[in-house]
Design a protein around this ligand. Structure first.
Ligand code: GLV
Length: 321
């Protein structure tokens, strides 16, 4: 008998076909998000699951799923999974690193350029029929070329963003818990800065750290207050790394000039005050969403699940079990 697995959200058909060769698959192609109760009920009797960041895997859920051996996230971030609880329950957890770095880096640049040059604000003005001709001072923005880019987190995605900055002839500074090795700094043409130096010197601050208790509200009122009033903040990492209420106040009062956001606290229920602001460019958590990359992420999660339940050695294992 094939092991039973659950796929919690809609995936590509060929991913389901791949899984069906090894498992009896329960899928959710209608893509309805499962609440914790439904998730626990659907997972009961399953040995494995392909999950997404909308599924919370914690001790309470694991206690109700004694057959579970592996949960495979379709995401590089895994703050939706309580790893310690998984380890204690003997459940392997995996993520999808590597396959989304370039695409997420590209989208970070989409946000940087759109925010610096006020693209969505200008387009809304044009669509509203308000454009009555060229004006010298219309939608004056921030120059990206030759500006200083400040990167929080020079991991895989932060490095992609830094390398793209070479084309814009920018000065790149970064802050991280550890200084990068010289080879990485050279390839990125990036130099280490303290958090305070980065905040006060950067024209564009972009965040590429994982979300954890250590990075909760990494950017709040005092950090925003250290930024230049002409600077912009970009977040394509995770909601919660930025204190959204403090950011809204900073955008409203002119503490900073603008923000480009792909992620929000309590998403998808973002703070409605964002919608009243013109100086914010927003997207619904789509930084990795190119067709090719989302397909690779789902396939990698499937490969992890197959390996977890056949060899016990998934390529992207996050916890020692
Ligand atoms: C998306 O947010 C991811 O972590 O892959």
């Amino acid at each position: 008998m094939k092991p039973k697995v659950l796929v919690t959200r809609e995936v590509f058909e060929d991913v389901l076909q791949c899984l069906s060769q090894y498992f009896e698959v329960t899928s959710n192609q209608s893509d309805v998000v499962m609440d914790p109760e439904t998730l626990a009920a659907k997972l009961s009797g399953k040995q494995g699951a392909i999950i997404t960041l909308s599924d919370r895997i914690d001790a309470a859920l694991l206690a109700r799923c004694p057959n579970l051996k592996a949960v495979c996230n379709i995401a590089v971030g895994y703050n939706n999974i309580d790893l310690a609880a998984c380890t204690k329950a003997g459940v392997m957890a995996t993520n999808t690193p590597g396959v989304l770095d370039d695409t997420t880096g590209d989208f970070t640049w989409t946000l940087i350029l759109a925010t610096a040059r006020r693209l969505t604000e200008a387009e809304a003005y044009l669509r509203a029929g308000k454009w009555d001709g060229w004006k010298l001072k219309q939608f004056l923005g921030l120059d990206v070329h030759h500006a200083t880019l400040g990167i929080f987190g020079l991991g895989r995605i932060g490095q992609v963003v830094a390398r793209r900055a070479i084309g814009f002839e920018m000065r790149v500074i970064y802050h991280d818990v550890r200084q990068a090795v010289p080879e990485v700094e050279q390839a990125c043409r990036a130099s280490f800065a303290t958090k305070e130096e980065l905040l006060s010197q950067a024209d564009i601050v972009t965040i590429h750290v994982p979300y954890s208790p250590a990075t909760h509200h990494l950017i709040g009122k005092s950090e925003l207050g250290r930024m230049k009033p002409t600077a912009i903040l970009i977040n394509a990492s995770r909601g919660g790394v930025v204190d959204d209420a403090a950011l809204i106040e900073a955008l409203r009062s002119g503490t900073i000039a603008g923000a480009g956001l792909d992620v929000f606290e309590n998403e998808p229920k973002l703070n409605p005050q964002f919608l009243e602001l013109k100086n914010v460019v927003m997207a619904p958590h789509i930084a990795s969403s190119s067709l090719a990359t989302r397909h690779k992420m789902a396939m990698l999660a499937a490969e992890n699940l197959v390996a977890a339940l056949t060899t016990g050695k998934p390529p992207n294992l996050l916890n020692p079990v």
